[in-house]
Design a binder for this molecule. Structure first.
Ligand SMILES: [Zn+2]
Length: 524
């Protein structure tokens, strides 16, 4: 039920002046819908090509409310009302919902979910690259329960592979692509309990360099986990906390290099200038570590030392594309999640917009004829926006009325819980007294928590390219890599692949297939 006060407020705010002129013509909407219908009818011709390339974009914590808010932000950054804007991911023809729960958690974390959408097996929260038989922190439950990822399947099939993230390269999401760990927090041996070390478990940074030695491109943060303790960081020389963490004294960057064939060109870079001055044609292997820990938020990024996500994706694809057998690339917009945890919606949404830019960048460099692109999230957040805001209202703005209960204004964006809970003199803080449009403003929450939590509802899966139509309906999250592998003819389910011709060409008819299967001599 809407209160009369509220109706009055809406009535005064939602005047006709907010409506773009063309939208007043019913034909605007009819033509737009008919155009959409025409495109939808085209989709009946399914793309059943073999996916030479697979690109997976993972927005960490990018629930559906975040996607919608990021869409409005993107439009408003282009001086539009925003709601009508299309994100790059909005243009993908197929959409599904993914059920994100972990085997032991209704509201999941990024480690168990990464195991699901990369390895195809649901797992316990906090664990990566292992089945649900592994219990978090219990090293001795790891052995025998390892599960491999689509990145490994792609390498086994002779494809190139890359990992690009805005978090540490040994953070939960990327680590499920190459590591098997009972605890996502075992970044280096320094973070591991003695018992686990004694039992022979290896930290995740170590596993990054040793498990799959020929990952072609690795870009992100996490420098400190690669170097011996007390080794000064190359960028933050005065900051002790930025220095190396490893107790075993290993220099994992040197080890990474030593595993590469001498005749190949391997490069380690640590800043944007170095990255962008590389000639991708002459790079075989690339390791870029741009921060000691996670990379900077896009809004705080230093344009000399820190590349943007879309810049990293651009370089990665140029290098990976050189393999005639194609590639698998995992791209993580990893700090959408961090912005939300801190209650800083503006940081989170700018991270999401930047990931969308990277999706556009990848789309411009590849073709849906031979490249399957999947965009999804691991889980949602308790992030919401509402309050009957008028068309084009700043996504970071106020609702058009005060609360009919405490008589104070409120922002459209709110969190269910988190650090933004604020009571002043026994009452909810008056937001009109603070700079709620600030980059680091923490939106109000219903329950005080130092870290806002994940949300438990389904997340969206957007797909385009070969076999994208298999991502439809409501499915378990671990279904996703099974589709990607099927489309690319990698992994174990390959029976359909004998029928498929070379990458990029359509499936042949039965006669053509018969001819192709006959020994050459029988034709003459
Ligand atoms: Zn999180």
């Amino acid at each position: 039920m809407i209160s009369p006060l509220l109706v009055l407020a809406i009535g005064t705010c939602l005047t006709n002046s907010l409506v773009p002129e063309e939208e007043k013509d019913p034909n605007y909407w009819r033509n737009q819908a008919q155009e959409t219908l025409k495109n939808a009818l085209e989709l009946q011709k399914l793309n059943t090509n073999v996916a030479k390339n697979v690109i997976m974009f993972l927005g960490d914590g990018m629930g559906v409310s975040t996607v919608t808010a990021a869409r409005i932000l993107k439009g408003q950054l282009h001086h539009k009302p925003g709601e009508e804007t299309q994100l790059e991911m909005d243009k993908f023809p197929f959409v599904a919902l993914s059920k994100t729960y972990n085997t032991n958690a209704q509201v999941p974390d990024s480690a168990g979910t990464a195991t699901a959408y990369l390895c195809g097996v649901k797992a316990n929260e906090g664990t990566v690259g292992v089945s649900a038989a592994t219990e978090r922190t219990r090293c001795n439950t790891t052995q025998g329960n390892e599960v491999t990822s689509i990145l490994r399947w792609a390498k086994d099939a002779g494809k190139s592979a890359g990992i690009v993230t805005t978090t540490r390269v040994n953070h939960a999401t990327p680590s499920a692509a190459y590591a098997h760990s009972a605890d996502r927090d075992w970044y280096s041996d320094h973070e591991m309990p003695l018992e686990a070390l004694k039992q022979g478990c290896k930290d995740i940074a170590y596993q990054l360099m040793h498990n799959i030695k020929d990952i072609d491109v690795i870009l992100g943060g996490g420098r400190k986990y690669m170097f011996p303790k007390n080794k000064t960081d190359v960028e933050y020389r005065m900051d002790e906390k930025a220095g190396g963490t490893r107790l075993d004294g290993l220099n994992l960057v040197d080890i990474w290099k030593s595993f590469k064939p001498k005749e190949k060109h391997s490069y380690f870079v640590w800043n944007r200038t170095e990255l962008l001055s590389l000639n991708p044609d002459s790079v075989d292997y690339l390791l870029g570590l741009f921060e000691p820990g996670d990379m900077q938020y896009e809004l705080n990024r230093n344009n000399v030392t820190d590349p943007s996500l879309s810049e990293m994706v651009g370089v990665a694809i140029k290098i990976l594309k050189k393999n005639p057998k194609g590639f698998f690339l995992l791209v993580e917009g990893g700090r959408i999640d961090h912005g939300h945890h801190e209650g800083k919606a503006k940081q989170a949404l700018h991270e999401a917009v930047e990931m969308d830019r990277a999706i556009g960048q990848a789309g411009a460099m590849t073709s849906p004829e031979d490249t399957l692109t999947v965009v999804t999230a691991d889980h949602s957040h308790v992030f919401t926006f509402g309050g009957y805001t008028p068309r084009g209202n700043s996504i970071f703005g106020l609702a058009p009325m005060v609360s009919d209960t405490d008589k104070k204004p409120f922002t459209a964006i709110l969190y269910g819980n988190g650090p933004g809970y604020k009571v002043v003199d026994g009452e909810r803080e008056n937001v009109s007294m603070v700079d709620y449009a600030h980059n680091n403003y923490q939106a109000q929450s219903a329950v005080p928590l130092r870290h806002e939590t994940h949300g438990g509802e389904d997340v969206a899966v957007f797909a385009k390219g070969p076999m994208a139509h298999l991502l439809h309906g409501v499915h378990e999250q671990n279904y996703i890599p099974h589709v990607m592998a099927y489309a690319a003819c990698i992994g174990t389910n390959l029976d359909h692949c004998a029928r498929a011709t070379a990458a990029g060409s359509p499936t042949p008819g039965p006669l053509l297939l018969l001819l192709a299967l006959l020994p050459l001599g029988t034709l003459f």
